[in-house]
Write a protein that binds this ligand. Structure first.
Ligand code: ZN
Length: 265
């Protein structure tokens, strides 16, 4: 039962499903979905990224799509973009809160309340697309974590860079890194918003942990006009702190900053 569940209790069930389907990077989320009794997939333009519906014999999943409107049986290998892959993983996570012993799965009575459930499903989704056992195979190549390694992980697992950063931040023990990698987005004006970040604890000597907020609120020394001139080569940006910058390869409004204490460079 997944009553009053915490992610730690759900995690072994997720891993056992991934093991049963022989998951490797990038994880075939459609295959994982079929293993969790998702029978049909409905692509349509929606207000939400996705939704799950219990039907006779399993589930139907709805995926936001502006290019197509069709409902088909869910089959391994079905084409999904990165955002849709994460949405599919999120809807798969919801299936763990249903009793599939009934012809039409029923939600468990003790399913956590909505905000708790959604956050559990986000965490579980990130585990489905970036499972710890598979990340561990990359770990030796991730230390210290650099922007390029975040992008390599993002390509290898076919997920967006923010999903990679959130996932690694959740399990900092996976990466013993003294570097920080921030993904930022320019939203008009002169400021940038921190979308996601990994923050090596060695940097706590210089900065507090970044939260999802404006870059200049986190550290006034890092205002965009100051970071704009940075290249992918290290330069000292603040006393004892070096930084480099890289444009996001596909999103023109996004860029990465990598920071490290001078003594750790
Ligand atoms: Zn949800």
């Amino acid at each position: 039962m997944v009553t009053s569940t915490t992610f730690r209790r759900l995690e072994p069930r997720v891993w056992s499903v991934l093991e049963r389907v022989g998951a490797s990077a990038p994880v075939d989320v459609a295959l994982v979905g079929t293993e969790r009794c998702i029978r049909r997939i409905d692509f349509r333009s929606m207000m939400l990224d996705g939704a799950l519906e219990a039907i006779e014999g399993g589930f139907r999943v709805y995926i936001h799509d502006t290019r197509q409107e069709r409902e088909v049986p869910l089959e391994p290998g079905i084409r999904l973009d990165r955002r849709q892959r994460f949405t599919m993983a999120h809807e798969i996570a919801h299936t763990f809160f249903f009793d599939t012993a009934h012809p039409r799965p029923r939600p468990y009575k003790e399913t956590p309340p909505y905000p708790v459930l959604e956050s559990l499903c986000q965490t579980t989704a990130s585990e489905i697309v970036l499972p710890e056992p598979l990340i561990k195979k990359f770990v030796s190549r991730l230390e210290p974590l650099s922007i390029e390694q975040v992008l390599a992980l993002s390509d290898a697992f076919d997920v967006s860079a923010d999903v990679v950063l959130h996932r690694i931040s959740r399990s900092p023990q996976l990466v013993a890194s003294s570097h920080a990698v921030l993904l930022l987005e320019r939203r008009g004006g002169d400021d940038a918003v921190i979308v996601a970040s990994f923050f090596g604890s060695a940097l706590l000597a210089y900065f507090p942990r970044p939260e999802k907020r404006k870059l200049s609120d986190w550290n006034p020394g890092l205002i965009p006009s100051r970071t704009e001139g940075l290249s992918d080569q290290w330069s000292e940006i603040l006393p004892l702190v070096c930084a480099r910058r890289l444009q996001h390869p596909t999103a023109s409004s996004r860029f990465f900053l990598e920071l490290v204490g001078k003594r750790d460079l």
